[in-house]
Design a protein. Structure first.
Length: 183
């Protein structure tokens, strides 16, 4: 692994754990918490992608948006398209769900309740989260050896890691109703 990959891989592993946590929260019907963490996950993954392709300037620009807006995934995707860093990400079909997820993220502070407006998130939103995480995770520029060190790639290759006190199998969380990560 390169020096840069040694920095990126642990961050992907943390994102993989966060992704599996989001899936578990959704399956257990904790939609608002899952949605809030999903925004953090997608935000981290997009910024990690930008770092991996040497565009720290765009990470700084996003942070400059300030507050909740610096976690607006729809706005980030539009910026990436304008910068011609992505072409094939069909964000339009997922835009409404991403807006709802952003509203759930804004609700992390109780004083935001009156400002955010109507928000709903459903188990079906998990399809958008799966797609977006799979897409942006795949955009991160690292070599195959480094990618094979990540948690999800280990699970995809057949290594099933029992997790937590109950030794839940991560593969069962990853594969359940998931069109984007398959063995």
């Amino acid at each position: 692994m390169t020096k840069e990959e040694k920095i990126i891989v642990p961050q992907i592993i943390l994102n993989d754990l966060k992704y599996l946590s989001v899936r578990k929260l959704y399956f257990d019907w904790f939609f608002p918490s899952g949605a809030e963490i999903a925004i953090q996950l997608l935000d981290n993954t997009i910024k990690l992608f930008l770092r991996s392709v040497g565009r720290d300037d765009l990470v700084t620009q996003i942070r400059g948006w300030g507050g909740d807006e610096s976690h607006n995934i729809v706005r980030m995707i539009e910026m990436l398209k304008e910068e011609e860093l992505i072409q094939d990400c069909p964000g339009a079909e997922h835009k409404d769900v991403l807006h709802n997820l952003h509203k759930a993220y804004q609700l992390r502070y109780l004083d935001s309740l009156s400002r955010v407006g109507e928000m709903k998130t459903l188990l079906s939103d998990l399809n958008t989260i799966d797609y977006m995480y799979s897409y942006f995770r795949g955009c991160i520029s690292i070599g195959p050896d480094a990618r094979n060190e990540t948690l999800i790639n280990k699970v995809l290759s057949g290594v099933d890691l029992p997790w937590g006190k109950d030794k839940i199998k991560l593969a069962s969380i990853l594969y359940e109703n998931n069109m984007y990560f398959k063995p």
